[in-house]
Design a protein. Structure first.
Length: 520
């Protein structure tokens, strides 16, 4: 019943996150464990679970209640060093990993995906417990997407060809795509499992070894995945997974001289710091940062679809999406009706226990994030935007925020410029195509954008004019593994997913051989 209900909802949203995952019918009957046991709390280094060298731990909080779930190992600089050494050893020339056939690397990813499929219900429950996202999303969106992403990358290792080059003279010259080496990967808390898989996939496919630092709010599913990596048969040191904070643990991974590439997903503020540090040692860097994505609704759209998808574009995942459609520009002719329908939809949004079947919106990740959102809501009111729904904390337990809607938002309001990362929708009015393209592009960010219109010609013109890494037309959040994702401007550097991501995990080597014998 639950999966039927949710599949319907996902199809309605056009959300393609579940593509190529296992068919629902292949799954055993779903039993939801509202209190999944936490089985792994230690650092995963060299295929062993170890305590932090200092012995210290930190608390992991359930955002739906504010209660402590468990404590996990708190990695320090010394532990980062241990993990990097393991990754460096695994990358040594002649090691098991370096000698492994490319297709065998793919088999490891297939195996890991199979194990995630086996443990899908447990992983989804653990993700919901730790992150607060509705179980129906963890189960039907996040974990199936992880499986799809790993299977996508599993097909790549034996298909990354070099080229033979037509060099002048008696030479034979060819290129090889080689792994960049030891990679440091840092992920945030909004999609703990998905982002973990976006990082593991290209790193393993290209033959790199990695140290992944989980977010300090949401380490539980990543530490369980470590166990699956061991079970899948990865050689020791290929994937190391550690939990720790940003300023010490994360920063020491970024600075480590034996790490050749940093891949970071998180705030623009931290992304800039990481970019500066990484540049000191000329490390390769991919940064997937914040956004303030414009969603443009033209009068000739299908209004039902546009209202529902605009709601989804902003509110999905409690509004905690880097690509959230957080500036909804609506053409003047349909503005009033769009606002009215959006009010109705927002009022219907069901907030509550993330394990309940009917819940659409769970808690924000932390007290700090909740306070940031409330502060931005206050600024919206002060700046003169019209608050039409919500605007407050929901209840006094956990970190819930009411689904909130502002209309008559102006371009210079803080809520139209800053990333809110919460369930707060901004509706702005526009008149012409030229005007809306210019206003949509007037942002330091450039992660995603969308257009709602039945006029395909106009949609293409607008899509081409938008300065954003992903543009969705009459849909939102299409995250097929084959599609690249990343930002223009201060939304980042490089691309995640897709074959484009593989470039940033590989170096091009050119080998040139002198040919001494000639027969022509
Ligand atoms: P953050 O950028 O501080 O944290 C993300 C990751 O970076 C975490 O693993 C953290 O431990 C690590 N980190 C923090 N400081 C670091 C440093 N100096 N060196 C190395 N690693 C470091 O994000 P935070 O504080 O959790 O959220 C702040 C805002 O960032 C949010 O309100 C939201 O606007 C944005 N954000 C964007 C995300 C995205 O998907 N692009 C994800 C999470 C947050
Ligand atoms: Mg931070």
């Amino acid at each position: 019943m639950l999966s039927k209900l949710v599949s319907k909802q996902i199809i309605n949203h056009g959300l393609r996150l579940t593509t190529r995952a296992a068919s629902a019918s292949a799954q055993p009957k779903l039993v939801i464990d509202r209190k999944p046991p936490v089985k792994f709390q230690k650092l995963f280094i060299n295929n062993e679970f170890v305590d932090a060298s200092s012995g210290s731990t930190f608390e992991v909080i359930n955002p739906a209640t504010g209660d402590v779930i468990t404590e996990v190992a708190d990695a320090s600089e010394k532990d980062v060093d241990r993990a990097v050494k393991a990754a460096k050893d695994a990358f040594r020339l002649g090691s098991e990993w370096r000698r492994m056939d490319p297709a065998a690397r793919g088999q490891l990813l297939y195996k890991l995906a199979d194990l995630m499929e086996r443990d899908r219900a447990y992983l989804a429950a653990l993700e919901t417990l730790n992150n607060g996202k509705p179980f129906k999303d963890s189960y039907n969106v996040d974990i199936p997407h992880c499986i799809s992403v790993l299977r996508y990358y599993a097909g790549w290792p034996d298909k990354m060809n070099g080229k033979v080059l037509p060099v002048a003279g008696d030479f034979f010259s060819y290129t090889r795509r080689e792994p960049v080496g030891v990679v440091g990967q840092i992920i945030p808390w909004n999609f703990p499992m998905i982002l973990l898989c976006w990082k593991i996939g290209p790193s393993v496919a290209t033959g790199c070894t990695t140290v992944i630092k989980l977010d300090e709010h949401t380490p539980l599913t990543g530490l369980y995945t470590a166990k699956l990596i061991e079970e899948a048969g990865f050689p020791p040191g290929v994937v190391n997974i550690i939990s720790g904070d940003g300023p010490h643990c994360g920063a020491s991974l970024v600075k480590h001289p034996d790490v050749h590439k940093i891949s970071f997903t998180g705030s623009t503020q931290v992304g800039k710091l990481i970019g500066i540090e990484a540049a000191k040692l000329v490390k390769r860097t991919t940064l997937e940062l914040g956004g303030k994505s414009p969603n443009i609704v033209f009068a000739d759209c299908d209004l039902d679809t546009a209202v529902e998808m605009s709601h989804f574009a902003l509110f999905f995942n409690q509004g905690q999406c880097c690509c959230a459609g957080s500036r909804t520009y609506v053409e003047e002719k349909i503005y009033d009706e769009f606002v009215q329908r959006s009010i109705e939809r927002t009022k219907r949004r069901k907030v509550g226990d993330p394990f309940d079947e009917s819940t659409e919106q769970g808690p924000q990740i932390s007290h700090e994030q909740m306070d940031k959102i409330i502060d931005l809501i206050e600024s919206g009111k002060k700046n003169g935007a019209k608050l039409l729904v919500g605007g407050k904390r929901e209840g006094d337990k956990g970190f819930f925020v009411q689904p909130t809607l502002f209309a008559d938002v102006e371009d210079d309001h803080r809520i139209a410029r800053e990333e809110i990362f919460g369930p707060v929708m901004q509706i702005l009015k526009f008149k012409t195509v030229e005007e809306v393209i210019e206003r949509a592009n007037d942002s330091d960010y450039g992660l995603a954008a969308s257009v709602f219109s039945k006029d395909l010609d106009k949609s293409i013109v607008v899509s081409n004019g938008l300065r954003a890494g992903s543009v969705w037309v009459n849909t939102y959040d299409n995250f097929d593994p084959v599609a690249p994702f990343g930002g223009f401007k201060q939304s980042g550097l490089g691309r995640e997913k897709s074959e484009y991501s593989l470039d940033s995990y590989s170096e091009t080597k050119c080998v040139t051989i002198k040919i001494s014998q000639r027969n022509s």
